[in-house]
Design a protein around this ligand. Structure first.
Ligand code: HCA
Ligand code: CU
Length: 415
């Protein structure tokens, strides 16, 4: 999908404030150098539903489900799909089956920064490995029980091993957002020089502010050889900032965001695929080959496989994402949905719905009368609106706006 925009588009000025369109007429009001991103190139998506997603409490997929999810993610159009084979025999089998399926996406095999895990990846015929090692003092102490120098030596050792096997590789500097800057820069520089293709900068504990992520990514970027090594962003959502932090990392020059379907993952998870995909397409306008209309189905699939209900308030894929309720909103939406919708619900596989009840007001009531085939006059509409309020039942009726009804609305608006 390519999101075209011109001045007639109701979203035009928003894009201007976002710095994604440049309009010289407003240069005096809006400094274009300030926060403008209209030149951002392609930003890739790595989906980790099969690895990070399985770390969400209560989630465990079967081998068949993992393969199915990988197929769907690939068809949707993500660039990389991450999975870990070292967890169990089942996971190893799923990893092998997904690699053998020959999908378009790279299959990235996630494993610890130890040779025996790399060997498991090699045995699965992996082309891509992603190895992770903590770099913050607290995790080095509590998890690996080693100091910085030993961590450094381990990292270099494992990178040599990976490169000797001619694998494409990512190195995750786990807990980077709490690591000492000189150590972090040095290790990033040296693994980049040793030939690591990507470095993942995770905010493992979700403690970054967007501006912190921006500075962190800038620092790592300045330390590495950017012709050799690209940067991944893996942001946790402990304070609800994962998505904002990932975008700040993109603004600082990273070119890949990690997502999961519905944002599931360890604790509160990471950014949701749907939100990242729509933002990259629509707001960053930087890619056009994602099948956004699969987003609702992908969310349903995960809901079904995890047994965890997708919150109805979830952006884009939630059942309420395109529901309109307040009378003033209803009246405007029935004339032009763009009054309260920034994207056509069908474009993301969702549906527009309207809710009638005590908030419907005269306009909503008039519309309800017309749908029911009753003639509409002002006093009837007012009586119905009052009746809906007096019922004190809140929302009384909810309906999809299907094609037939939308056609009818158009006719009503014309007459
Ligand atoms: C983990 C760590 C990780 C790794 C991220 C990455 C994190 O859960 O084992 O490989 O990019 O959040 O740091 O998920
Ligand atoms: Cu993580």
């Amino acid at each position: 999908m390519h999101y075209v925009i011109d001045e007639r588009d109701p979203n035009y000025y928003a894009m201007l404030y976002n710095g994604m369109v440049v309009d010289e007429r407003y240069n005096n009001l809006l400094s274009s150098s300030n926060g403008s991103n209209s030149s951002i190139g392609r930003v890739n998506i790595l989906d980790s539903t099969l690895r990070e997603g399985e770390q969400h409490p209560g989630v465990a997929f079967t081998v068949k489900q993992r393969v199915q999810i990988a197929w769907m993610l690939d068809y949707f159009g993500v660039d990389q799909i991450e999975i870990s084979p070292v967890i169990s025999e089942d996971h190893r089998q799923a990893t092998k089956m997904i690699i053998d399926a020959g999908l378009s996406a790279d299959i990235v095999v996630h494993c610890r920064a130890i040779k025996q895990d790399i060997d498991v990846a090699i045995a699965c015929d992996a082309e891509w490995v992603a190895t992770y090692m903590s770099v913050s003092d607290v995790q080095l102490r509590s998890k690996l029980k080693i100091g910085r120098e030993e961590a450094y030596a381990r990292a270099m050792d494992v990178v040599d091993y990976i490169k000797a096997h001619d694998l494409k590789a990512r190195f995750t500097l786990e807990d980077a957002s709490r690591a000492e800057p000189e150590f972090l820069s040095r290790i990033a520089r040296d693994i980049s020089n040793a030939g690591i293709d990507r470095i993942s900068i995770p905010d493992t504990v979700g403690i970054m502010l967007p501006r912190g992520m921006y500075r962190l990514v800038n620092m790592v970027k300045a330390s590495i050889d950017t012709n050799k090594t690209m940067l991944d962003l893996h942001c946790h959502n402990d304070l609800g900032l994962a998505l904002a932090n990932a975008l700040a990392g993109v603004d600082a020059g990273a070119d890949q965001i990690h997502t999961t379907i519905d944002g599931i993952g360890e604790r509160n998870g990471i950014p949701a695929l749907a939100e990242v995909a729509v933002i990259l397409t629509m707001l960053y306008r930087c890619r056009n080959d994602l099948r956004l209309d699969m987003l609702k189905d992908l969310s349903r699939l995960i809901e079904q496989y995890t047994g965890i209900a997708t919150p109805e308030s979830k952006p884009i894929v939630g059942d309420s994402a395109f529901k309109h309720k307040a009378g003033t909103h209803l009246a405007a939406v029935l004339r032009d949905p763009r009054a309260y919708e920034i994207i056509e619900p069908r474009a993301v596989g969702n549906r527009r719905r309207i809710v009638f009840g005590e908030l419907a007001g005269k306009n909503g009531a008039a519309f309800l009368l017309s749908i029911l085939g009753l003639d509409v006059d002002a006093s009837k509409a007012e009586r119905l609106a009052k009746g809906l309020k007096d019922l004190r039942l809140g929302d009384v009726l909810e309906m999809y706006l299907d094609d037939a009804i939308e056609e009818r609305i158009k006719q009503m608006n014309r007459s």
